[in-house]
Write a protein that binds this ligand. Structure first.
Ligand code: NAD
Ligand code: ZN
Ligand code: ZN
Length: 364
């Protein structure tokens, strides 16, 4: 099968022939039908983060179960599934207290180091699976705790987006921040993650939703998807603009959906009394955020992180599927382009140029 492999950091993806082992134990073999291009992979390709190499990249996929290992109980061949990088062991303190998105033991779900690798390249070398998934591949051999079954009616290209971007963005609003109806919300960065958070805010009944980006086409789409105000950060001072528009009240919640120190600090600055700034973007590994200390206690403000939308993904993803199918969550406008696997670097180059919202790979 073909897969997009990262061999060096920084580096581009190389589409290679990869051999997949048979499922053992709790493993499932998935035929990947679609995979979305999320910015997180790009941080590794650009050298802001490191991971074990060589690795099959990708972590936002949907497909069909082809085969299951002897111990699998959750699914059977033919089931339509979304994958999620929030693998859960089911018995650590985080899993048991409702936070499986930060499971302590998910490395226990990998194959043992002395076992045969799940994937091998043409040179016979074992390949890592980025985020325990490796979704930019025609087939994925993964643990059953990395998948959720979805309804027959759900188109799998849109479903793939739920695998990361939608769950991260909508979940940051519903699960991490738990915003109240009527809240004033600021979304900083209107890519796949930010527009998902924006839609989450609309569905949750936010009163006013400010969309902030530096490209006007993203802001146009943000207005279509429910923003009440658009602010172009390349043209105006974002903090001053929100201060003026709110009469000095500032926002109740801000969601940083880019991954920069500067915009993380901006998310803090645009929230007012008792406000909450949620960091969703993946900052460079060694970045530090600086905020005025006195505001934390005198204004009772909160800085929160959100990992994969604080998901319990087997509960959340079917809910997001329902919201798409009943027309409340617009995923059709979020897919800006379909490509084939061999165009993957082109897709990431477009992301670097800030073009389009979500590019989705079709594996057919
Ligand atoms: N916390 C998590 O669990 C999680 C999960 C997935 C992705 N992420 C991260 O979320 C971030 C967003 O991912 P994405 O796939 O939506 O990326 P994207 O590239 O599609 O979107 C980023 C958006 O930010 C805008 N932007 C860039 N610089 C800006 C600035 N200075 N001011 C305002 N807008 C600016 C771009 O125009 C673009 O619309 C990435 O850092 C990604 O790694 C985090
Ligand atoms: Zn992602
Ligand atoms: Zn766990």
């Amino acid at each position: 099968m073909k897969a997009a492999v990262l061999n060096q950091i920084p580096g581009e993806l190389v589409v290679e022939d990869v051999t997949v082992d048979k499922p053992k134990g709790n493993e499932v073999l998935i035929q990947t039908l679609h995979a979305g291009l999320c910015h997180s992979d790009l941080h590794f390709m650009e050298g802001h983060w490191s991971t074990k190499l060589p690795a099959v990249m990708g972590h936002e996929s949907a497909g069909i179960v082809q085969a299951v290992g002897p111990d699998v109980t959750y699914c059977k061949p033919g089931d339509r599934v979304i994958t999620c990088l929030s693998l859960f062991c089911g018995h650590c303190d985080m899993c048991l207290t409702g936070h499986p998105n930060v499971c302590r033991n998910n490395r226990m779900l990998d194959r043992a180091k002395d076992d045969t690798p799940r994937l091998t390249n043409a040179a016979g070398e074992g390949l890592a699976q980025f985020a325990r998934l490796g979704g930019f591949a025609e087939e994925m051999l993964i643990h059953e705790n990395a998948i959720v079954k979805v309804r027959e009616e759900m188109p799998l290209d849109k479903a793939s987006l739920i695998g990361c971007g939608v769950t991260t963005g909508v979940g940051a609003v519903f699960r991490t921040a738990k915003i109240e109806p009527g809240s004033t919300v600021v979304i900083i960065g209107c890519g796949g993650i930010g527009l998902s958070a924006l839609q989450g805010a609309r569905i949750a009944g936010a009163g006013r939703i400010f969309a902030v980006d530096v490209t006007s086409d993203k802001l146009d789409l943000a207005m279509k998807l429910g923003a009440t105000d658009a602010i172009n950060g390349s043209e105006v001072d974002v903090v001053a603009a929100i201060k003026e528009a709110t009469g000095g009240m500032m926002a109740d919640y801000a969601f940083e959906c880019i991954g920069l120190k500067q915009t993380a600090e901006q998310a803090w600055a645009v929230t007012g009394l008792r406000g909450t700034a949620v960091i969703v973007g993946m900052m460079p590994f060694d970045a530090k955020v600086e905020i005025p200390g006195y505001e934390i206690f005198m204004q009772e403000k909160t800085l929160k992180g959100s990992m994969m939308g604080s998901n319990v993904f087997r509960r959340d993803m079917p809910q997001y599927v329902n919201m798409y199918l009943d027309g409340r969550l617009n995923l059709d406008d979020m897919v800006s382009r379909h490509i084939h696997l061999d165009q993957i670097n082109e897709g990431y180059e477009a992301m670097q140029r800030r073009e389009g919202t979500r590019t989705v790979i079709n594996f057919d």
